[in-house]
Design a protein around this ligand. Structure first.
Ligand code: SF4
Length: 180
């Protein structure tokens, strides 16, 4: 059986395929050994988000539920889905710019929800530290093709035989730069 692709790893793969591979290896270790300050802050924010359940509107908000897509072989969790607004929201600690990887991650959650029969009409990414919400358009044909290409690439890549071009800008910010 084909292995599922974790939605949370799509962003890593877009950043650098090797970082997705390294994350898979090190995720079972104590994250303090390699997490940068920024990564730790983002992770803590996410843990706090997970603890802070939506108690006021429990029935109209789905939070942290597991989703999967048979079509794309994806598995993961959504952050928030507001049933009344048909809106899917992903909260992050701080957003300065929306990167493709973040969009693809949201698309993945969107496709999973659609496959499970939910209606989704709005997508957004919410930056907690400055209280900003970024609306993301629903994927059009072009974006869907890009997304599908990404999934195919993840399925077919052989990390060990890849000859990675080092992008110093990325490596400097990468939490794995001491291990890579
Ligand atoms: S250090 Fe550079 S090559 Fe290694 S995983 Fe990070 S971004 Fe990729």
């Amino acid at each position: 059986m084909e292995e599922y692709i974790q939605i949370s790893k799509l962003n890593d793969f877009v950043f650098c395929p090797k970082s997705m591979y390294l994350k898979s290896i090190f995720e079972s270790f104590d994250t303090k050994t390699y997490h940068s300050e920024y990564q730790t802050r983002g992770k803590l924010a996410h843990e706090n988000i997970e603890l802070k359940k939506y108690t006021t509107a429990k029935k109209s908000v789905l939070q942290g539920i597991e989703v999967y897509s048979q079509k794309y072989n994806l598995v993961g969790k959504i952050d928030l889905y507001f049933k009344d607004k048909k809106e899917l929201v992903e909260r992050k600690y701080k957003i300065n710019k929306i990167y493709d990887g973040q969009k693809f991650q949201l698309y993945a959650q969107y496709f999973c929800l659609l496959e499970e029969g939910y209606e989704v009409e709005r997508l957004s990414i919410y930056s907690l530290s400055d209280n900003k919400k970024y609306k993301i358009d629903l994927p059009n044909e072009y974006e869907i093709k890009k997304f599908e290409k990404l999934i195919e690439k993840i399925k077919s890549i052989n990390i060990e035989s890849q000859n990675f071009k080092v992008n110093k800008n990325k490596c400097d910010k990468c939490i794995y730069n001491t291990l890579c």
